[in-house]
Structure formats: structure tokens, C-alpha cells
Design a protein around this ligand. Structure first.
Ligand SMILES: NC(=O)c1ccc[n+]([C@@H]2O[C@H](COP(=O)([O-])OP(=O)(O)OC[C@H]3O[C@@H](n4cnc5c(N)ncnc54)[C@H](OP(=O)(O)O)[C@@H]3O)[C@@H](O)[C@H]2O)c1
Length: 324
């Protein structure tokens, strides 16, 4: 067993890519002992070396343990072995997720089901194992990475939206149930668009490759939010300049929202790149595509286009209302 000394012991589930990988770097920099998990062992080994490069002297290290979140027993073993390795676990973050683009009727049923298994039930598996560890006076912090798409809906992403709404509902319920558990915190971090490989890793049955609609933040911004929430537990943190506006429009102006979301999504949420139907990394990992960043860093340049489409959409809806 390696002692974790003053730093925390944090388990990151989904650590091989995007937000999980950026968070691994950030927490290693402050000296936290890390347990890195996802399905791709080779990539996790690379992430462990990246963490070593940025960690302070005396860092207790990163322990790599590949796990598929859909395997409940394996998730329990992951947390047990984390405790064996470092003596305790202070926090668990789950950011494992997959996406399959396409209209609900075009996404094969087994692909849709598998996305629920990973995104919702996988998160539940991690939450259950973490809370088993944290309750009964031991304490600990569960951080669930949700999404703006756990608060609004958009076409062509039903496999993801359904799971994320479930994740948000589950997390809120856990927060209610954990209120009287001493030292146990449950936080939801809900980003808008983030420039990670998730879009190119995704399956697609829409004929096109997905991309993040603007405004797009870097995964490091989400990692910073995770670090802050670990230091100052909060129930919910939203990351992204447009999130509040979109949630407000979704709730208060549902007809206008629904009229605009399809053209906006078509222009901004699907790239011009054509692709034959495929399941991406839904069933098994595609390690060659895993990295911290995606290829969408300059996506903010599309904001004026988004504004143009939104203004035209409002004009069309008004004209239709007048004509009716
Ligand atoms: N990027 C965005 O715009 C955005 C926006 C809002 C919310 N989010 C959320 O942020 C989180 C991280 O997304 P990201 O953008 O960083 O995606 P990403 O770069 O594709 O990373 C996803 C991670 O999940 C792991 N994973 C996938 N299936 C798994 C399984 N069955 N078991 C264990 N691990 C699995 C992947 O590794 P393996 O494939 O090797 O297992 C990878 O490490 C997700 O919850 C996502 O919903 C992302």
C-alpha cells in the first residue's frame, strides 16, 4: 500500500480522454494520488506517464485499472483495489460516456440500449460502489459529470439525451438521500459544448459526423470546475457561457425552442463530414481517437452564424403566428 500523505485519493472513471484526462493532469499537478480507469489500458498507461510528468516531487502516483462501467462487479473491484492501493478513497469522479448520433428511429435498438447501459447504468454502478464506500461515517465526494443535454433536448442525440436526463435525475436523488450522511457529498458538473474527442469517437446514423455547437470551452475549464467543486462541494456546477440562456429558453419558450433547435443543430451540431452508419466507440474503445482535445477549438467562430439562424428563426415563427 502506498500512503497518499496530504493529497487526496481520487478515482477518475473515464480518465483516458477529454474531460477525465484533463482532470487527471490537473489533480496530479496538485499532488493527488490517482486511480485512472476506462476501457483502454494502453491509453491509461500514457495518461499515467503524463501525470507523472506534471506531478510534484513525492507524488504517490497513478494506479491504472481498466474497467468497463457496464460491469457492476468490475466497478466494485475497482474501488476495492483503489483502497488496497492507497489506503482510502476521498473522491470518485465518473465521466465515462458514449454517443450515437441519429434520429431515434434510425439508431439501431441495441446501440441505443448500450448507450443507456454506459451513460446511465454505468454511472449508477460507479455511484453505488462509491456511496457504499463513503457512507457509514467514512465520508467522501462523488462527482458526476452530467451535461447541458441533461437539462434540455435536441434532435439526433436521443441516445445521449435520454441517458443524461437520467443521470441528472439520479444525481439529484442521491443528493437528497445523502443529506444526513456525515461527510458525504454528491456534485453534478454539467458542461455545455467542450472541445474533446467525444464527437469524432461517437457512433453516427445521421449520415454526418457530430460536432459541438458553440460556445465551446476547453476540457481544462471543466477540469478546473471539478477541482473547485472538490475543494468547495456544491450540488451543481454549470460550465459554459450559453447554458443558462438555453435552459431558460427551453423551459419558458418551449415552442420557440423547438422551432429553432432543429435548424440550429443541423447547421452547428453536425459537421459537413459525411459518414456511413457506424457505432463508433459505443461497444468497444477506439484508443487511437483518445486525447485531451478534439478538433473544435475554433468553433466559437460559428457564433455569428448561430445568432443569424436564431434571429431568422424568430422572424419566421413571428411571421407564421401573424399569418395564422
Ligand atoms: N465533450 C462535450 O461537449 C461534453 C459536453 C457535456 C458533457 N460532457 C460529458 O463529459 C463526460 C466526458 O466526456 P468527454 O467529452 O471527455 O468524452 P471522451 O473524450 O470521449 O471521454 C469519454 C471517456 O469515457 C470512457 N468510456 C466510454 N465508455 C466507457 C465504458 N463502457 N466504461 C468505462 N469507460 C468508458 C472513454 O474511454 P474508453 O473508450 O477507453 O473506455 C473515455 O475515457 C461525459 O460524461 C460527457 O457526457 C461532454
Amino acid at each position: 500500500m502506498r500512503a497518499a500523505r496530504d493529497g487526496r485519493v481520487v478515482v477518475l472513471v473515464g480518465a483516458s480522454s477529454g474531460i477525465g484526462r484533463a482532470t487527471a493532469h490537473r489533480l496530479a499537478r496538485r499532488g493527488d494520488a490517482l486511480v485512472l480507469s476506462s476501457r483502454s489500458r494502453a491509453v491509461l498507461d500514457v495518461v499515467a506517464r503524463e501525470c507523472q510528468d506534471v506531478a510534484p516531487p513525492g507524488w504517490p502516483g497513478a494506479y491504472v485499472l481498466p474497467t468497463d462501467v457496464t460491469d457492476r462487479d468490475a466497478v466494485e473491484v475497482l474501488l476495492r483495489r483503489a483502497v488496497d492501493r492507497f489506503g482510502r478513497v476521498d473522491a470518485v469522479m465518473v465521466s465515462a460516456a458514449v454517443v450515437a448520433y441519429g434520429r431515434f428511429v434510425d439508431v439501431p435498438a441495441d446501440v441505443f440500449d448500450r448507450a443507456q447501459l454506459v451513460n446511465l447504468l454505468g454511472t449508477a454502478n460507479v455511484a453505488r460502489a462509491a456511496l457504499d464506500l463513503f457512507t457509514g461515517g467514512r465520508g467522501g465526494h462523488l462527482v458526476v459529470v452530467g451535461s447541458l443535454l441533461g437539462r434540455i433536448t435536441t434532435p439526433w442525440m436521443s441516445s445521449y439525451v435520454a441517458g443524461k436526463w437520467g443521470v441528472h435525475g439520479l444525481t439529484r436523488t442521491l443528493q437528497q438521500e445523502m443529506r444526513r450522511e456525515a461527510g458525504v457529498h454528491v456534485s453534478l458538473v454539467a458542461p455545455g459544448s467542450v472541445d474533446t474527442p467525444v464527437y469524432s469517437q461517437a457512433g453516427s446514423y445521421s449520415g454526418r459526423v457530430g460536432r459541438p455547437p458553440p460556445p465551446v470551452v476547453r476540457p481544462e475549464a471543466v477540469a478546473r470546475a471539478v477541482e473547485r467543486v472538490l475543494e468547495h462541494p456544491r450540488p451543481m456546477v454549470s460550465v459554459g457561457a450559453g447554458n443558462a440562456l438555453m435552459v431558460t429558453a427551453f423551459r419558458l419558450l418551449p415552442r420557440l425552442f423547438d422551432a429553432l433547435v432543429t435548424p440550429l443543430m443541423s447547421v452547428l451540431g453536425l459537421s459537413r463530414d459525411k459518414v456511413a452508419p457506424h457505432s463508433g466507440n459505443v461497444w468497444s474503445p477506439t484508443p487511437e481517437g483518445e486525447a485531451v482535445h478534439g478538433r473544435w477549438g475554433r468553433q466559437w467562430l460559428r457564433l455569428p452564424l448561430a445568432a443569424g439562424v436564431a434571429v431568422s428563426g424568430i422572424a419566421v415563427v413571428r411571421a407564421l403566428r401573424r399569418a395564422a
